[in-house]
Design a binder for this molecule. Structure first.
Ligand SMILES: NC(=O)c1ccc[n+]([C@@H]2O[C@H](COP(=O)([O-])OP(=O)(O)OC[C@H]3O[C@@H](n4cnc5c(N)ncnc54)[C@H](O)[C@@H]3O)[C@@H](O)[C@H]2O)c1
Length: 413
């Protein structure tokens, strides 16, 4: 795998980072989300005099997203002969992104990855503590996004003014032996308070909810927005990208496929058996034995626990989560920038099943979700059909728990 994650950059002969000219022919290309051979003109993270050629088999985004990104920039460079060549204009758009919970295990690496995006003009970092240092540190990276820090509830409103995308990883992570639902009471209150502030200060923003249990925190957020009269179902997303990232990785390993080629839609919810990878929909088409389906499905569903146990008390998935969340942010920014070919899985208000919220692939556009993709649920295997029916009662209970929490708060208030 090490060989496939190596990236080669060739920039004429050199690029400058700070004041040093650094030969890049054997360097790694960090966070640049392109497969195959790509040419980037003046990528903002590296002050290159001429175009950068970047050969990579690793991708920040995955194949479909990379293709979409290529397409989104292709018109600016002309489409001829650009199958593997395109030009990325830094600051193609000027989106503002806020991270609430930015000093945490997920928040910090997520902030770094978003700081590297050429689509971000301002990055607002909010937390109840320790965010000043994170912002000072990040602000020294020579990428265009301006980094601003906001500490404590008195600065929450200002952190949200004029923001296009709000990402919420604030909360308490899972500890060994804890289920996602054990986190409920603490994180439910945090999400409620933060989303109230979003409703008051940037009601048109895309809202990405990472704080667990996502199956319940998304319905809580929706109730809060409804109560405030600003709910737009197209703009509230439970971030389930990590399930897709894990599914793609595990399937590629198991079937010895190129990582960049693999795409597995993951539907349902974001906890235990509610996570349903649709292995029969894997691209490229690949066959699995019944044992492989069972083993992969269970591994994808329990991958969070794998990390929690390996960290042995020091938190839950943070780096892979930050990577997955950054991919989802980048997709949203591309959609806001006018890319008409952006698809991601997310946990959203849905009519695909009888449940009011459900994770599936969605098409994202400038104004949020343009379509919920139903075709993935057609022609499921018997195993997937059974798993889908089995997850519904648990997901329903988690949704109802979230709604009941939010309604109880309203009555109390
Ligand atoms: N959606 C997913 O796939 C996924 C994956 C992993 C973790 N998570 C969840 O993400 C959350 C964060 O995990 P972490 O590992 O970064 O935890 P962490 O404890 O390292 O960081 C949480 C951060 O939130 C901050 N915070 C707490 N209350 C806040 C408030 N009221 N306002 C703003 N900030 C506040 C804390 O100060 C801290 O910096 C947890 O709920 C965890 O379960 C979700």
């Amino acid at each position: 795998m090490a060989a496939t994650s190596l990236t080669t950059i060739t920039i004429g002969s050199s690029a400058s980072i700070g004041s040093k000219a650094i030969p890049l022919s054997r360097s790694k290309c960090f966070g640049v989300s392109f497969n195959s051979q790509n040419y980037l003109k003046s990528f903002s993270g590296l002050k290159a005099a001429s175009s950068i050629s970047c050969e990579s088999e690793a991708s920040f985004l995955g194949k479909e997203s990379s293709a979409a990104l290529r397409n989104s920039f292709a018109p600016k460079a002309g489409k001829q002969n650009l199958r593997h060549q395109y030009y990325l204009q830094p600051q193609a758009s000027s989106s503002k992104v806020a991270i609430l919970g930015a000093a945490g295990g997920i928040g910090q690496p997520l902030a770094l990855l978003i700081k590297m995006s050429p689509l971000v003009s301002a990055l607002h970092l909010y937390d109840i503590a320790n965010v000043k240092g994170v912002a000072a540190d990040l602000s020294h990276c020579n990428t265009p996004a301006q980094v601003l820090d906001f500490t404590g509830t008195s600065e929450l409103a200002n952190s949200l003014k004029g923001v296009d995308v709000v990402v919420i990883p604030a909360g308490v992570p899972r500890k060994p032996g804890m289920t996602r639902d054990d986190l409920f009471n603490i994180n439910a209150n945090i999400v409620k308070t933060l989303v109230e502030a979003v409703a008051d200060n940037c009601p048109d923003a895309f809202i990405h909810i990472i704080s667990n249990p996502v199956n319940s925190t998304v319905p809580i957020a929706v109730e809060v927005l409804r109560r405030k009269g600003v709910y737009d179902p197209k703009k509230v997303f439970g971030v389930t990208t990590l399930d897709v990232v894990r599914a793609n990785t595990f399937v590629a390993q198991k079937k010895n496929l190129r990582l960049i080629d693999v795409d597995v839609p993951v539907v349902g919810g974001h906890a235990g058996i509610t996570i349903l990878p649709l292995l029969s929909r894997t691209k490229p088409s690949v066959s699995f034995t019944d044992e492989e389906v069972e083993e992969l499905t269970v591994r994808i569903q329990n991958a969070g626990t794998e990390v929690v146990e390996a960290k042995a008390g020091a938190g839950s998935a943070t780096l892979s989560m930050a990577y997955a969340a950054a991919r989802f942010v980048e997709s949203s920014l591309r959609a806001l920038d006018g890319d008409t070919d952006v698809y991601e899985c997310a946990y959203v208000q849905s009519e695909l099943t009888e449940l009011p919220f459900f994770a599936s692939r969605v098409k994202i556009g400038k104004k949020g979700i343009e379509a919920v993709i139903s075709s993935d649920l057609q022609g499921l295997t018997e195993y997937e059909e059974k798993a889908l029916e089995a997850l519904k009662p648990e997901l329903k209970a988690s949704i109802e728990k979230g709604v009941a929490f939010a309604q109880k708060q309203t009555v109390t208030a």
